[in-house]
Design a protein around this ligand. Structure first.
Ligand code: 6PG
Length: 254
């Protein structure tokens, strides 16, 4: 990402609360645009801990505003554990959002069998994604919105440094062996990430300052998150001041 474009792509907020409120409103705006133009809003959600407050806020503050019946929800990645496990991304999102907002269960597309047969589960989920999410002319599903997080090693979704899925150029969703966990993770691949209309990274807190500075200021560092470059879609970073404290340029805060 070159710094010249950074201001347009980097939305900095004074606090995590203001960040969540602004991002929720932006997601609501994107949903209205998608519904006006395509009659539905397709979303791939990030796991991890950061977005939990965003999902809870959306479920509460937008319970009556959002057109929940026209939004289709996918998972950007999943751990290979039962959905009842505390590690499950689906469990976190279900508790924070799907079970709290008037989300039709038929609009939620979760992985199946990820804990028993990761490769088969990924193949099934890819087929589901291709069936449900309209594709661009390149025949790759085109999400209206993909929400991503940023790990301390520069991973995003479950695209970890040195993992095989970084090289995947054909499949949309794969089982990816992650050495440091000695386990598979299921993840969306770059062909889909870079095909979306809107990709938004959410990063907050001091703990993200170091990696965020490197990802934004060392474009050749080779972090997996840096290879998310949607074309012709739009890439944005929604961050708080704590996460940009190491960035070596003044950034406008809101
Ligand atoms: C996951 C996520 C992962 C996450 C980053 C950041 O399954 O863990 O999809 O990519 O977004 O690891 O995680 P935190 O939000 O917990 O810092």
């Amino acid at each position: 990402m070159n710094s010249g474009k950074r201001d347009e792509h980097l939305q900095v907020y004074d606090t995590d609360e203001k960040l969540v409120e602004a991002l929720a409103e932006h997601i609501y705006d994107l949903s209205k645009l998608a519904l006006e133009t395509r009659g539905q809003f397709t979303v791939s959600l990030s796991g991890g801990s950061t977005p939990k407050v965003l999902y809870e806020y959306l479920a509460d503050a937008y319970a009556k505003k959002m057109s929940w019946g026209s939004i289709l929800w996918f998972l950007g990645d999943e751990r290979c554990v039962p959905h009842t496990s505390e590690e499950s991304n689906y469990r976190m999102i279900d508790q924070a959002l799907f079970s709290k907002a008037p989300v039709p269960r038929s609009n939620v597309f979760a992985t199946e069998g990820q804990d028993t047969d990761p490769k088969a589960s990924a193949s099934h989920y890819e087929a589901l994604m291709r069936q449900v999410v309209p594709s661009r002319s390149n025949e790759i599903p085109c999400f209206d919105l993909i929400l991503l997080g940023l790990g301390p090693d520069g991973h995003t979704a479950s695209l970890f440094p040195g993992s095989a899925a970084l090289k995947e150029q054909d499949r949309c969703f794969v089982a990816n062996w992650v050495e440091k966990f000695n386990a598979h993770r299921l993840t969306t691949t770059y062909p889909v990430l870079n095909n979306a209309r809107n990709v938004i990274f959410l990063a907050s807190g001091k703990g993200k300052a170091q990696i965020l500075n490197e990802v934004l200021n060392s474009p050749d560092a080779g972090y997996p998150a840096q290879k998310v470059q949607p074309t012709p879609g739009r890439l944005q970073w929604f961050v708080d001041k704590a996460a940009v404290e190491l960035l070596n340029t003044a950034s406008s805060t809101r």
